[in-house]
Design a protein around this ligand. Structure first.
Ligand code: FAD
Length: 404
């Protein structure tokens, strides 16, 4: 019987899940996740029948192969491409009925940067019934998943004389994962892949200077995310007495806001397979508000965000609906702030051909590799701000090479 090589994947977000799914055809795959649940930044919190996706909410995919992969019938229960009403508004000029909004259906030419307001329909992917359901679907056939298992480091061990078949030089060495209590995980690995955010991967790969050098230059934006539900039914948003601009805002699936302490409001209850009767919102605070208040008392952050939310939604102070559940989450690593351009110089050099691949023509690397080792780092930070798509492209590039 053929003995499969063993791969350790650190992290169970979309990147780790995609790799596990893809590599399982050729390798014995082990997944290690420090959290209690799967999904990483495609995180979701449940409160009774109501749920909140407080990491990635919707995402777009431009790559046609990836798009076909995601729309494959294999995953139709857990991922869907949906048309969403996206309303963009600017809070700079609050005098005009609180918010100004421009309806520009069907036109892509409006320039938001110049202060124009718009409403559009975007086709976006959404995981269902929860934010982490897609990652879970990818991982469903992986037997070796270790939750609440934080990897501290990697060491290389010689296995000469252990009776293992020596086919080439690389078979003389295996990798061991170091756990939190400094013990070694009891499996010899041939390949190690970290999908943890760059700073966490740098800590895991502390013994590999070339990786640390690249990884430690990546910076992430922190983000406050407030999730809450209302006690009233969703009908509270369809009051006929509100102005036209307010009803457009209340009718949105996603609000993107400029010049406000809130950057984005997601109407979570409008996503597929959610409890549509209970209004459930996920608010992402603006970058500057988060950075300036990172250590602020959470109750004050919540109050500021809720006041701004109800003002945007056109509620007077005496008509504010009663809150149900409420929770503030502080992400230290939400999205990478480095761009691919800044990152280009850090890509591995002197790689042999099988390590060269790119988004379009397979000629440029989309992952990092320790020199002369089977140790890799993949994630959204390779391509900058593309989010889930960046993670999937990075994972796919490595999966293609390892599955040759
Ligand atoms: C608030 C927010 C909003 C976002 N909005 C969007 C959006 O609108 N569109 C979009 O495309 N993207 C968005 N993103 C970014 C998107 O979530 C990420 O790009 C994507 O989920 C990254 O997936 P990943 O698998 O690469 O990393 P992660 O999901 O971060 O997975 C890494 C995993 O590694 C685990 N890990 C870390 N260290 C260790 C260790 N030592 N041992 C074991 N496990 C470890 C972590 O627990 C985590 O589960 C958003 C992110 C946040 C936080």
């Amino acid at each position: 019987m053929e003995v499969l090589k063993k791969v350790a994947i650190i992290g169970s977000g979309v990147c780790g899940a995609y790799l596990a799914y893809s590599l399982a055809v050729k390798y014995e795959v082990y997944v290690f996740e420090k959290a209690r649940g799967l999904g990483g930044r495609s995180a979701s919190k449940r409160q009774g029948e109501t749920s909140f996706d407080y990491g990635v909410s919707y995402f777009s995919i431009h790559d046609s192969d990836l798009k076909s992969f995601l729309t494959d019938s294999l995953f139709h229960e857990n991922i869907e491409l949906v048309d969403r009403k996206v309303v963009k508004l600017d809070r700079n000029d609050k005098e005009i009925s609180g918010n100004r909004i421009l309806v520009s259906e069907g036109t892509a030419s409006k320039n938001v940067e110049s202060g124009v307001w718009e409403q559009s329909t975007e086709a976006l992917f959404v995981s269902k019934p929860y934010g982490n359901s897609f990652a879970k679907a990818l991982l469903k056939d992986i037997k070796n998943i270790f939750l609440e298992t934080r990897i501290q480091g990697v060491v290389k061990k010689s296995v000469v004389g252990s009776g293992l078949l020596q086919q080439n030089l690389q078979d003389d060495f295996k990798y061991k994962l170091i756990l939190e209590n400094a013990a070694e995980f009891d499996v010899d690995f041939d390949i190690i892949i970290s999908t943890a955010p760059a700073a966490q991967s740098a800590a895991i790969y502390a013994n590999y200077d070339d990786l640390v050098k690249g990884l430690s230059t990546v910076k992430y934006n922190p983000a406050f995310v407030l999730m809450f539900s209302l006690k009233q039914a969703a009908a509270v948003f369809s009051s006929p007495a509100v102005s036209e601009s307010i009803s457009k805002i209340r009718d949105a699936d996603i609000l993107k806001i400029k010049n406000s302490i809130i950057e984005e409001i997601i109407f979570n209850h409008k996503k597929p397979l959610r409890d549509s009767n209970t209004p459930a919102f996920v608010i992402k605070a603006s970058k500057s508000f988060t950075e300036n208040n990172l250590e602020m008392e959470h109750a004050l952050i919540e109050e500021a965000l809720l006041n701004e939310f109800f003002s945007i939604m056109g509620f007077d102070s005496d008509s504010i609906p009663e809150l149900g559940f409420k929770h503030l989450h502080r992400w230290l690593y939400s999205t990478p702030s480095n761009t691919v351009k800044e990152y280009a110089d850090l890509r591995p050099r002197n790689l042999n051909d099988r390590n060269m691949i790119s988004r379009e023509d397979n000629s440029e690397s989309l992952f990092l590799k320790a020199e002369n080792e089977e140790i890799y780092a993949v994630g959204d930070y390779i391509l900058g701000s593309l989010g889930v798509e960046a993670s999937l492209l990075s994972a796919r590039a490595l999966a293609r090479i390892l599955c040759v």
